[in-house]
Write a protein that binds this ligand. Structure first.
Ligand code: GLN
Length: 477
């Protein structure tokens, strides 16, 4: 495929939602015409394939809510009443939920406009958006490369200015890795911080919903709108939601920042390592405490992640049986044949691979050897982080070992695809919040992401340090 570069800036006369809201308030920007501009732009960039569908305009309310005027896209694993929810899978191509996900409803309650549903890897399983039944998504910065996954459509839509912000989901890195590949900000909240009601389950004890946007301020605003207890999700936390957007600016605070040696391994791309080290150096010069730490069980995290998430997925995806949801295919006689005909033709290869792996892991005789053992590893990985947070406020790592790779490069080799998650999956095993912050470009002009990890419910600190990096450190580089 030919490489072409899309001109990404400047598109709109504002850089952030805050600036946009100021323009709306003073009558310099009209929400309705801004929404139509977005729809035109989505059409003009159809070849990026970031959207699975656009939604009818819900109307606008310019002066009231936290997100008034914000045009937001949601990943196509989140329910939006009476519109097609496909999870980028053939098995759900005719399914429309009768209710809206709490996270999407909270965007609407804050007076945001939801533009549509973004493409993703099938059932959020993947790291490149290449497992989608709706086709691949192109990275808008270099269209010969992947946008990352699984929230690849959300990341590409934000990077190409097809929306102001987007919701993604992160089970093992699916917000942070595509954010990093597309040069934007992406925050995976603490597990339970955002209600999962209306989110299609992949691995229920890992799944988190979070914001992707072009500035830290915008991430804070969207997170504030969607976080908080929900009676419809009994796992959601009842801790009060901080005023993230107002707490960003505590720039004088000095942080203790942990640098785990296990994340600076040999295989990591040279210019990523160099850039991250430059940022660390600047943080040090500005008086932050840089502390070497160890997270000794890191090397087992990705294996444990793939054992536990495939086990949960094999159970969660048993509901797609041709009876309850989506399509039904019957090529042969009985009901068992109908189940397998439906699943055979409805699921793609990666999803089938994971269902088979997960079913095997949970089967009698293998449960103790794999599932139970991986649960123990999960606990040890979590404990590594908890021990580290007794000493440091935040942990800093690269988001990924390499920048966005070329389309097709890893499709035939699932193991090498899984390895692009080594720096993100450990965080999900422990349920911690983490964020990817863009910190520059590599020698091919592809974005480099820096990952910040905090203790449970430490989103405020993530946002404060991200803001510092965005508005202070990056300017000094
Ligand atoms: N790339 C990881 C996987 O394929 C993460 C997916 C996710 O976070 N949804 O499992």
């Amino acid at each position: 495929m030919a490489t072409d570069t899309i001109s990404l800036h400047p598109v709109f006369p504002y850089r952030s939602l805050k600036e946009k809201q100021a323009l709306i308030k003073t009558g310099k920007l009209c929400i309705d015409s801004n929404v139509s501009e977005f729809f035109k732009r989505i059409q003009a960039f159809e070849h990026i394939n970031a959207f699975n569908a656009t939604f009818p305009f819900q109307g606008s309310n310019s002066q009231i809510g936290l997100l008034s005027g914000a045009c937001i896209a949601i990943k196509d694993v989140l329910s939006f009443k009476d519109t097609n929810l496909t999870c980028s899978s053939d098995i759900l191509r005719n399914y429309a939920p009768p209710y809206t996900a709490t996270s999407a409803q909270r965007l609407l309650n804050a007076d945001a406009i939801i533009l549509g549903a973004t493409n993703c890897d099938e059932f959020a399983m993947g790291s490149s958006n290449e497992t989608s039944a709706s086709g691949i998504v192109l990275n808008p910065i270099d269209t010969s490369r992947v946008p990352g996954g699984s929230s690849g459509g959300s990341a590409a839509a934000v990077a190409a200015s097809l929306c102001d912000a987007a919701l993604g989901t992160d089970t093992g890195g699916s917000i942070r890795q595509p954010a990093s590949y597309c040069g934007i900000y992406g925050l995976k909240p603490t597990y339970s911080r955002v209600s999962r009601y209306g989110l299609t389950a992949f691995a229920s004890s890992f799944d988190s919903i979070g914001p992707m946007a072009k500035t830290t301020e915008d991430i804070a605003l969207v997170l504030q709108a969607i976080a908080g207890f929900d009676p419809l999700d009994s796992t959601s936390s009842s801790l009060p939601v901080p005023e993230y957007a107002a707490l960003l600016y505590d720039c004088d605070k000095k942080y203790r920042i942990g640098i785990p040696k296990e994340y600076f391994i040999d295989g990591i791309q040279g210019d990523i390592r160099k850039r991250i080290e430059e940022v660390i150096q600047l943080l040090k010069e500005q008086g932050h405490d840089i502390i070497s730490i160890s997270l000794p069980h890191t090397e087992f995290a990705t294996a444990a992640y793939y054992i536990l998430t495939t086990a949960e997925a094999s159970s969660n995806l048993s509901r797609y049986d041709g009876v309850k949801y989506g399509i039904r295919v019957q090529k042969r006689g009985g009901i068992n044949d109908m189940y397998s005909d439906t699943r055979e033709s409805g699921f793609g290869n990666e999803v089938k691979r994971r269902i088979m792996l997960g079913t095997y892991i949970l089967s009698a005789g293998y449960y103790d050897a794999y599932y139970r053992k991986a649960q123990k590893v999960r606990r040890l990985v979590q404990k590594d982080f908890l021990d580290a947070f007794a000493e440091v406020d935040l942990i800093l790592t690269p988001t990924t070992p390499e920048t966005a790779f070329r389309l097709g490069e890893k499709v035939q080799n699932p193991l090498s695809m899984y390895l692009s998650d080594i720096f993100t999956t450990p965080v999900n095993l422990g349920g911690f919040p983490a964020m990817s912050v863009p910190v520059g470009l590599d020698s091919n002009n592809m974005p480099i992401g820096l990952q910040l990890i905090a203790n449970h419910f430490g989103e405020t600190q993530l946002l404060q340090v991200s803001y510092l990096l965005e508005n202070n450190i990056m300017k000094a580089l």
